[in-house]
Design a binder for this molecule. Structure first.
Ligand code: CTP
Ligand code: MG
Length: 216
């Protein structure tokens, strides 16, 4: 039987949101991070990586059954810290705290593909035309064939991910998602269909769009 753990990196500083900690922003009467948790009902091992020195405060604010750990300087450091706090997991899901609406269907697709392939992430095929721009001028058109925008939750066998983080430390790899580490280890990572509503809050404009969904 697989034993799943949910790892939530929530230790970012929200620089692009003007220094506001996105996971704690109130949306629909509760902190943003709590919205995402609803889609992962059934996973009992939850680890949340929070900003340095804020474990006690976040515990008090969120009041959820989870293990709280201190995150690190980069997102990957926060995920590594969370993974270290889930030693019994055979499989993990990593989900951004700033992505409030993962659907049950996406979570299920990722979990099934992870059990089948060892690792899987959700994404959406790029539909826009892509331009390469330098100094405000277009220098080329990028073929969108085979390009996907990735989301979370990203799933992986825990042993694969532990090995990948060990190598990342040894070789000083710098990545933006877990799949990036696994790819460097030569692991096959499956891509499954994400959901257009599974957006990440990155900028004040994203936050404003969310208000339009009626969460406030
Ligand atoms: N994250 C983290 N530890 C870090 C950096 C990011 O746990 N050192 C988390 C964020 O809290 C967020 C997720 O990773 O839930 C995705 O990161 P991002 O959207 O970039 O959030 P921030 O890093 O907070 O924002 P910014 O990059 O604008 O500062
Ligand atoms: Mg960031």
């Amino acid at each position: 039987m697989p034993r799943w753990a949910l790892l939530i990196p929530a230790a970012g500083s929200g620089r692009r949101m003007g220094g506001r900690k996105k996971p704690l922003l109130r949306y629909g009467g509760k902190p943003l991070i709590l919205h995402a948790l609803a889609a992962f009902r059934g996973i009992r091992d939850v680890v949340i990586a929070v900003p340095h020195g804020e474990v006690a405060r976040w515990k008090r604010l969120l009041r959820v059954r989870a293990t709280f750990v201190e995150g690190g300087a980069r997102r990957q450091d926060s995920v590594a810290a969370a993974l270290a706090a889930a030693p019994d997991a055979t499989h993990v899901l990593v989900h951004d705290a700033a992505r409030p609406f993962p659907t049950r269907a996406v979570v299920k697709r990722v979990m099934e593909a992870t059990l089948r392939a060892g690792a899987a992430i959700p994404g959406l095929a790029v539909t826009d035309t892509l331009k390469k721009v330098r100094g405000g001028v277009i220098v080329g058109t990028v073929a969108r064939e085979g390009l996907w925008r990735v989301q979370t939750p990203q799933g992986a066998r825990a042993d694969w991910l532990r090995e990948a983080f060990a190598r990342a430390t040894r070789f000083r790899w710098d990545v933006t998602d877990e799949a990036g580490l696994l790819e460097r280890c030569g692991r096959g990572v499956a891509m499954v269909e994400g959901d257009p509503g599974n957006v990440k809050v990155t900028t004040p404009a994203d936050w404003k769009l969310l208000q339009g969904r009626g969460g406030r």
